[in-house]
Design a protein around this ligand. Structure first.
Ligand code: DX5
Ligand code: ZN
Length: 227
């Protein structure tokens, strides 16, 4: 079965925070498709990372789309700041939004693509009514909060179901996966229908980001054979 190349979105959460400018420049040079920003507030998830100033500080040094993943409570309060900072896509968690439809509209009104993320335990039905409204559906394949966690194998059927659901609803939303993505599972994820691979430790843990990105891309495009 042939597949189209997935979008590779390295997560800078796994990069050296002291050299972020060089990092986004290196990612662009290495052929990354997007840059993934993991924003954590210490409430929705136990970890705390960075806010919109990180996005605006890096915007002048990289022309790749900035894919901002908000793991925060009340994301509606910060969407204007992230849009202003130069985010291209803003993804909110369904679990963090009482009025998810309104938040999606707010993101789009600001000129950004709108994404919805689902934690591993959150069923697809939570976003089913909104598939026509979104630009990205992000399936978490770890519990959000930290890089370097182990991929939850049980999420593969959920990715496949999400892909079927998106096709059936004629949604143009991209299907993204985030957490524990590596050359070991990239092909299976793409076969299940993933179109965007977010990867932190497998890209930044490689000898170079170029090698990390190439390994993901090669694995995603190499068919697996079953006897
Ligand atoms: C998890 C984040 C992910 C994470 C990916 O909360 O949303 O983007 O940093 O990192 P790895 O690829 O190391 O799991
Ligand atoms: Zn993420």
């Amino acid at each position: 079965m042939s597949q189209t190349a997935p979008i590779i979105a390295p997560s800078i959460l796994s990069a050296d925070f002291g050299i972020m400018r060089e990092t986004v420049q290196a990612l662009e040079q290495a052929g990354a498709d997007w840059v993934h920003f993991d924003v954590m507030d210490g409430h929705f998830v136990p970890n705390l990372t960075f806010g919109a100033p990180m996005v605006s500080a890096l915007r002048p040094y990289c022309s790749l789309p900035f894919d901002v993943h908000l793991m925060i409570e009340r994301p509606e309060q910060l969407i204007p700041a992230f849009a202003e900072a130069g985010a291209n896509l803003i993804t909110v968690h369904a679990e963090a939004c009482v009025h998810l439809h309104r938040v999606i509209q707010q993101i789009k009104e600001r000129g950004c693509g709108a994404g919805v993320a689902l934690n591993p335990h959150t069923p697809l039905v939570m976003v089913e009514a909104l598939l026509a409204d979104i630009d990205l559906l992000l399936i978490m394949t770890v519990n959000p909060g930290f890089g370097g966690q182990e991929f939850i194998e049980g999420m593969l059927p959920k990715v496949a179901q999400a892909s079927t659901l998106l096709k059936a609803s004629r949604s143009s939303a991209l299907l993204s996966v985030d957490g524990g993505v590596s050359p070991e599972n990239a092909r299976r994820l793409v076969e299940a229908g993933a179109q965007v691979l977010v990867a932190g430790s497998s890209v930044f843990g490689a000898p170079s980001v170029a090698q990390g990105i190439d390994a993901l891309r090669r694995s995603a495009l190499t068919p697996t054979y079953t006897a």
